[in-house]
Design a protein around this ligand. Structure first.
Ligand code: ZN
Ligand code: ZN
Ligand code: FE
Length: 754
């Protein structure tokens, strides 16, 4: 940039409602520039000028480096402007516009607010609703845009004169902090008996002592209520397990600070960075000292740091609590008090700032220094995703996702907003949540779709919903959508082709059969199914996913055509039941075939005695298998790739027979597990090499729920990269079905428009 007297800049990104304008105001003061800053539809416009010729670069460098923590700059367009001889720098009024206005996710309490809350002399000392321009609730309290207090759930609170003064002073750190509050004028906490609803005095401190005594409390957070108890009190944990109807599914923990976590888990710098980030996800960390009953059979425990002032105050005296979503099984998290919530706990620690939009805690682990999301919600939604220029369109497109782990995505003006995780839409309450979220996001972003995209599955609620909308409807194959979403996230251009390696549970195939482990040569226009795992019978259909022993039997019968050997883990199953399922498979009764990878994991986990006959939660058997895999076993089992015609078909009958041999020879389970994982790795490598040879494709996309498996993901990535492949995997999104709606958007964008 040459020297000039005046510059106009347009800053795109999350720059509204996050203290960006007062920040620019202060920065201009520091540099001695005059001009203005104002919100425009899709960002912020800045005019800076000076009487002398200036190099404005340092100003914009500072703008990028020092930007407010909640803001995210997508890009800055700069051009020289006319010198207007402004007499000062000012913040101008907002112009209304029809464009996309971004809104910040909810952000954890900042250091400045933490200092004030701990300062006995501060007027907000110990006040649980302290916030500022850099921190506090956003997405979960906004009812409509523009983001003004009267359009949030703070509208019922009248600001006191002191708050008003801070709110209107551009040099104050609470300038235009819409949820501004203080003990004089803001929300209040309340502690109640769950059954009688009676108030209990003592507030947060009393709540902490009740937790210490073994009670289960519902605590109102940002996007919903947590259920909270003392993790070291086995009876309390057991009570919580009974309440949640969860025998072994892991609970997340909230720790006062990193020192507390340090005692129980290993952390590297990337993990610490995520834990401490303003988005405050739950991060799965390798256990150092186990806390019995929190995450049985797994090698990781999930930790997060306090993110609201209320959590922070609650944890002053507690160090560590269990903090799990307050949802009953198969329903969304509670956002307000109700009989249902009261049934889940002994006491309720609540407050009178309503939650407008629910959002669960986000969950991730760090793989190869980067996040791998198990669930993307609070702190990340509704952050926008830009699409590659070659895909951009003037149309607005809605994508409804799949069915399990659903999300929805909205495309408008070059960006996609993907909703928080919505759960399994087969459950009525979750379906209502889906409708609520769709309505809310449409309203918030003034969204009117020209087209809708859904899964291919004819019986999904989302497919039917799309059909009823009466607008152009695109149906996208499930695993192809996994690949497309990853391509879009990584800004793959329209002409490029990749090999999508999608290892997943189940999806409706392009040919109407059940797909699951797919090798798809893909661009945005089309895919070619170049390979898949061999179809295996799923005895009992859906039941096969809940009872891994059924898959174990299925794989065993496939591997041994004559008489299957007896396997110790299968002797747990009642012989009548075993015979019945055997016959189902033999006679092909109620045993739909599928090329699933999740079911293969189930079978192996069960065969080597790691999985119970009936699992409690999805991916339980695969997670147990991964948890024990030996890190230092390099070898793998045999397998077969049938390649006389396309698609390639991968058969694991050799693998299964080798596993049985290893079992006979008393090879440790940890070694068997590692060999099995390495086998899948080898399959991926061989097929990738074949496709590179025949089609010249060098980019591999790894997605699908199975790639939540760190052992497999990390090793596969490394090995492929060593062979000079470019490897992409979802980083901002989960590789599981939360990704589907984003992929559907990519597909619809790439279609020619009529
Ligand atoms: Zn703050
Ligand atoms: Zn006040
Ligand atoms: Fe999937």
């Amino acid at each position: 940039m040459k020297k000039s007297q005046a510059i106009k800049a347009v800053v795109f990104g999350v720059v509204q409602g996050v203290g960006f304008r007062p920040f620019v105001y202060r920065l201009a003061h520091r540099f001695g520039y005059n001009g203005w800053v104002k919100n425009i539809g899709f960002g912020v416009e800045i005019h800076v000028e000076s009487r002398k010729l200036q190099d404005f670069n340092p100003f914009f460098q500072a703008l990028r480096i020092e930007k407010p923590p909640l803001s995210q700059i997508e890009k800055i367009d700069l051009k020289p402007d006319k010198f207007l001889n402004c007499s000062r720098f000012e913040i101008q009024k907002t112009e209304q516009s029809q464009s996309f206005v971004f809104i910040s996710p909810d952000i954890s309490i900042c250091d400045n607010c933490k200092k004030e809350i701990m300062d006995p002399k501060d007027r907000r000392s110990q006040y649980p609703f302290i916030n500022c321009t850099d921190c506090g609730p956003r997405y979960t309290i906004v009812k409509a845009l523009p983001y003004d207090r009267n359009q949030t759930t703070m509208s019922n609170f009248q600001m006191c004169p002191q708050c008003q003064k801070e709110f209107t002073d551009p040099l104050d750190r609470r300038y235009h902090a819409q949820p501004i509050a203080c003990p004089e004028c803001g929300p209040e906490v309340e502690l109640k008996h769950s059954s009688s609803g009676e108030n209990i005095s003592g507030g947060i401190q009393k709540a902490a002592s009740l937790i210490r005594e073994g009670a289960v409390l519902a605590v109102k957070g940002l996007g919903g209520f947590h259920l909270v108890c003392d993790p070291f009190n086995e009876q309390a944990v057991q009570k919580l397990r009974t309440i949640k109807k969860r025998k072994i599914k892991p609970f997340a923990l909230m720790a006062f600070d990193l020192n507390v976590i340090h005692e129980f888990a290993h952390m590297d710098s990337a993990e610490k960075e995520q834990l401490c980030s303003a988005r405050r996800p739950i991060v799965l960390l390798r256990k150092k000292k186990d806390i019995p009953g929190i995450a049985p059979h797994l090698k990781e425990m999930g930790f997060m740091l306090p993110y609201t002032p209320l959590h922070y105050l609650l944890l002053q005296d507690l160090d560590l609590i269990v903090a799990t979503s307050s949802n009953p099984k198969d329903a969304p998290i509670f956002k307000q008090e109700s009989k249902g919530l009261a049934r889940l706990c002994d006491y309720i620690l609540t407050h009178n700032r309503p939650i407008h939009m629910r959002a669960d805690d986000s969950v991730m682990k760090i793989v190869d220094q980067k996040p791998l999301f198990l669930r993307r919600a609070r702190g990340y939604v509704p952050y926008p995703q830009s699409v590659p220029e070659s895909l951009a369109s003037s149309q607005q497109i809605l994508a409804l996702g799949g069915e399990l782990k659903d999300t929805i995505s909205l495309y408008k003006n070059g960006y996609v907003i993907t909703s928080q995780f919505l759960g399994d839409l087969n459950e009525y309450q979750n379906y209502k949540y889906f409708e609520e979220t769709l309505e809310h996001l449409s309203h918030l972003f003034e969204f009117q779709p020209d087209a809708v995209a859904s899964d291919l599955h004819p019986d999904f609620h989302t497919t039917r919903y799309a059909q009823r909308m009466g607008i152009p409807h695109f149906k996208v194959q499930h695993h192809y959508a996994h690949a497309l979403a990853t391509m879009l996230e990584h800004q793959i251009e329209k002409e490029a082709r990749v090999l999508g390696v999608i290892l997943d549970g189940f999806g409706y195939g392009g040919d109407g059969t059940a797909w699951g482990a797919e090798f798809l040569v893909s661009d945005y226009q089309q895919y070619q199914r170049i390979g898949h795992f061999k179809y295996m019978p799923l005895p009992g259909g859906d039941l096969a996913a809940k009872q891994p022993w059924r898959m174990a039997l299925s794989y065993l019968m496939d591997a041994y055509e004559e008489k299957s050997p007896s396997v110790p883990s299968l002797s747990q199953i009642n012989s009548k039941q075993l015979r019945a399922v055997q016959q189902m498979i033999q006679k092909d009764l109620c045993t739909p075939p599928a090329s699933s990878c999740g079911r293969l994991f189930d079978a192996v986990s069960y065969l080597i005695g790691l999985s119970p006959p009936q699992v409690e939660f999805e991916a339980e058997a695969p997670m147990r298998l991964e948890a024990i895999a030996d890190e230092n076993t390099p070898d793998c089992y045999g397998f077969q790739i049938r390649e006389d015609s396309l698609p390639y078909v991968v058969s694991f009958s050799k693998t299964i027979r080798a596993i049985i041999r290893d079992l006979d020879q008393k090879i440790p389970e940890s070694v068997i597990s590692a060999r099995f994982h390495n086998t899948l790795l080898e399959v991926i490598i061989q097929i990738s090499e074949k496709v590179r040879q025949k089609q010249g494709i060098n980019t591999i996309v790894l997605a699908g729920g199975v790639f939540l498996n760190q052992y497999l993901l990390s090793r596969t990535t490394k090995k492929l990269r060593n062979l000079d492949f470019e490897v992409l995997r979802p980083v901002q999104y989960s590789p599981n079905d939360e990704l589907i709606s984003l992929g559907q958007i990519a597909y619809a964008l790439a279609r020619p428009k009529k």
